[in-house]
Design a protein around this ligand. Structure first.
Ligand code: 3UK
Length: 502
C-alpha cells in the first residue's frame, strides 16, 4: 500500500527527492530549440514563482490558481510554484475559449490566474469575478517571469497535508458541461507509484514527450509527474501535431511517448513511422486502441503500444498492460494498486465474458467539486466510469463503448465504436461516428455519420457501406441510416461528441 505520511507537499516531493538522489544538474525540461532546464533550475523558478504568489499576489494556502498555457517549461514552473505556495492548481487547456473558461471560473472561483501572455485574451473575455491575472512569457515589468527574477531562489514550501486538495481538474465534457474533480497531494504521487512504476517503469535516462496538454491530466501525469518522479527529462512541445511529434521524437532521441490512438494512426499515414524507432515505451490513452490499429503500428514500427484507460475523475491510468503482458485489442488488467470489476445495474459483478459497467477502486478516486454527480460516479465505494466493458477469465478488460453509446436495437446490444471500426476499414472512409437514432419499430437504429476522404472522387452510397460492414461484423450491426458529413464534433481533447450527433 502507498503511504505518504500525514504531511505531504507533492511539489516538494517531486523535486527534492530527485535532487537529493541525483543532484541538481540533471536535465529536466527540454524545449525544441535546445534549451534545457536542470532540476535545480526548475526548482529555483518554481520557488521564485511561489514567492511572487505569496508576497505580491497575496495567495493564502487553499486559494485556487487558474493555470493557462502551452506545454512549455514556464507552465510546469507555475504548476509547481502554486503547489509549493499551498495553492490549489486549476489546470485548463489552451484550446478553451472565453465561454468555457467563464463556466470553469464560476465553478471554482480562482483568486489568481497565471496565464501565458499569448493566451490572455480569452481569459479576459471570460471576466471571472475577483480574478487577478498575471501573464508569463513576455518581457514587460509586470510579467511573472520578470517579477520572479527578483525573488530568492529558496522558498520554504507550505507544509500541506497529504489529503489537502492540490488540484482541480475538469473533465473533457464528452457528455456536455465540464465537471471539476478534486485531487489530493498524495494522489499526484500515487499515479506515479502505480501505473508509472509498475507498467511504464521509466528510468532517469529516459526522455519523455507527447501531445496531451498539461492542462489535461493525461498530459500532467505523462509529461510532468512521471518523469519528475524518477529524475528523467521531458521534451515539451507547444503544438504537437502528429507530424511535429514524430519528427521531435527522432530529433531529440525520445524514449517514452504519450499520445492518443488517432495520433499514432496519423503518424503511420504520413509515412513517419520510422521516426519512432528509438522509442522504448509508447502509451496510448483517451480512446480505445482497436487490435487492428495495434497490429498495424507494431508492423510498421516494431513498437508494442501500451494501451491504458484513464479518467480525469481517477487522475490517470488504472487499467493497462506492461510489455510482455500486452494483448492487442484489450486495455489490459487492473494496474497494481487498483481493483477493477464489471458490474450490472444493481452493482453486482457480472460473469466474465458479459458486458457491464466498468467499476474501479484505488488510491485515487472521484471527488466532484459540486457533489451533485457524485452518486452517479461513485456507488458503494466503486468509481463507475460510464464505460461498458467485458472482462475475460484472465482478468483482461475489453472496451465496448461509453455506456451512453451502447445502442439497443430490436433487442440487440450494439457498441457504436465496433461499427465505427468496421466502417473505418473502408478505403474511402476517413472518419465516422455511430449513434442510436430513435426508430418506431426497432426502438433505436444504428446511424452512421461518415466523413469521406479528400481523395474520394466517386459516389459512395449508404448501401455500399452497409454491405462492407456486413463482411466484417454481424449483419444486424450494420448502420441502417448513413449520413455523409464534412467533419465530426470533437472535444478539445480530441474525443468524439456522440451526444451532439444524437
Ligand atoms: C475514455 C478510454 C478506451 C473512457 C485520460 C489517460 O481520457 C482521459 O480522461 P477523460 O476524463 O476521459 C475518460 C474516458 O475516456 N478512455 C480513456 N482511455 C481509454 N476508452 N480505451 C482507453 N485506453 O470512456 C474514459 O471513461 O478525458 C486518459 C490518463 C488520464 C486521463 N484523464
Amino acid at each position: 500500500p502507498l503511504d505518504y505520511g500525514e504531511r505531504l507537499n507533492c511539489a516538494t516531493a517531486l523535486l527534492d527527492a530527485t535532487i537529493d538522489r541525483l543532484g541538481p544538474d540533471r536535465p529536466c525540461l527540454r524545449s525544441p530549440d535546445g534549451t534545457v532546464w536542470s532540476y535545480g533550475d526548475l526548482r529555483a523558478h518554481a520557488n521564485r514563482i511561489a514567492a511572487v504568489l505569496v508576497d505580491d499576489l497575496g495567495l493564502v494556502p487553499g486559494n485556487r490558481v487558474l493555470l493557462r498555457g502551452y506545454n512549455e517549461p514556464w507552465l510546469v514552473a507555475c504548476w509547481l510554484g502554486v503547489l509549493k505556495a499551498g495553492g490549489v492548481a486549476v489546470t485548463t487547456m489552451p484550446l478553451l475559449r472565453a465561454g468555457e473558461l467563464a463556466t470553469m471560473g464560476e465553478m471554482c472561483r480562482p483568486a489568481v490566474a497565471l496565464c501565458d501572455h499569448r493566451l490572455t485574451e480569452d481569459l479576459e473575455r471570460a471576466a471571472i469575478p475577483g480574478l487577478t491575472t498575471t501573464a508569463f512569457g513576455a518581457t514587460g515589468p509586470e510579467d511573472l517571469c520578470v517579477r520572479a527574477a527578483d525573488k530568492p531562489a529558496e522558498f520554504a514550501d507550505v507544509d500541506t497535508a497529504a489529503d489537502d486538495v492540490a488540484l482541480l481538474a475538469f473533465t473533457s465534457g464528452t457528455t456536455g458541461r465540464p465537471k471539476a474533480t478534486m485531487h489530493f497531494h498524495r494522489d499526484v504521487l500515487a499515479i506515479a507509484d502505480t501505473f508509472s512504476a509498475h507498467v511504464l517503469r521509466p528510468e532517469p535516462d529516459d526522455v519523455f514527450t507527447g501531445s496531451p496538454p498539461i492542462g489535461f491530466t493525461f498530459g500532467l501525469g505523462g509529461l510532468v509527474v512521471f518523469p519528475l518522479r524518477v529524475g528523467a527529462s521531458v521534451l515539451l512541445l507547444e503544438r504537437a501535431t502528429p507530424d511535429v511529434l514524430a519528427d521531435a521524437v527522432a530529433e531529440h532521441s525520445v524514449t517514452v511517448l504519450f499520445t492518443a490512438p488517432t495520433a499514432y494512426k496519423a503518424i503511420l499515414a504520413s509515412g513517419r513511422a520510422d521516426r519512432l524507432a528509438g522509442v522504448r515505451r509508447a502509451v496510448s490513452a483517451g480512446e480505445a486502441l482497436p487490435a487492428a490499429a495495434w497490429q498495424e503500428i507494431h508492423a510498421a514500427t516494431g513498437l508494442r503500444i501500451i494501451d491504458g484507460i484513464g479518467a480525469t475523475e481517477l487522475l490517470h491510468i488504472f487499467i493497462a498492460a506492461a510489455d510482455g503482458d500486452i494483448r492487442p485489442g484489450s486495455t489490459g488488467r487492473a494496474v497494481p494498486g487498483y481493483t477493477a470489476a464489471v458490474l450490472d445495474h444493481e452493482g453486482r459483478p457480472v460473469p466474465d465474458g458479459t458486458p457491464g459497467h466498468l467499476a474501479v477502486r484505488g488510491p485515487t478516486g472521484c471527488r466532484y467539486l459540486a457533489g451533485d454527480r457524485q452518486e452517479i460516479y461513485v456507488r458503494n465505494g466503486w468509481n463507475v466510469t460510464g464505460d461498458t466493458y467485458v472482462r475475460d477469465a484472465d482478468g483482461y478488460f475489453f472496451y465496448q463503448a461509453r455506456t451512453d453509446d451502447m445502442i439497443v436495437s430490436a433487442g440487440y446490444n450494439i457498441a457504436g465504436p465496433e461499427v465505427e471500426q468496421a466502417l473505418l476499414g473502408h478505403p474511402d472512409v476517413v472518419d465516422c461516428a455511430v449513434v442510436g437514432a430513435p426508430d418506431p419499430e426497432r426502438g433505436m437504429v444504428v446511424k452512421a455519420f461518415v466523413v469521406l476522404g479528400p481523395a474520394c472522387t466517386r459516389q459512395v452510397t449508404a448501401e455500399e457501406l452497409q454491405d462492407f460492414v456486413k463482411q466484417s461484423i454481424a449483419p444486424y450491426k450494420r448502420p441502417r441510416v448513413v449520413e455523409f458529413v464534412e467533419e465530426l464534433p470533437r472535444t478539445s481533447t480530441g474525443k468524439l461528441q456522440r451526444y451532439r450527433l444524437r
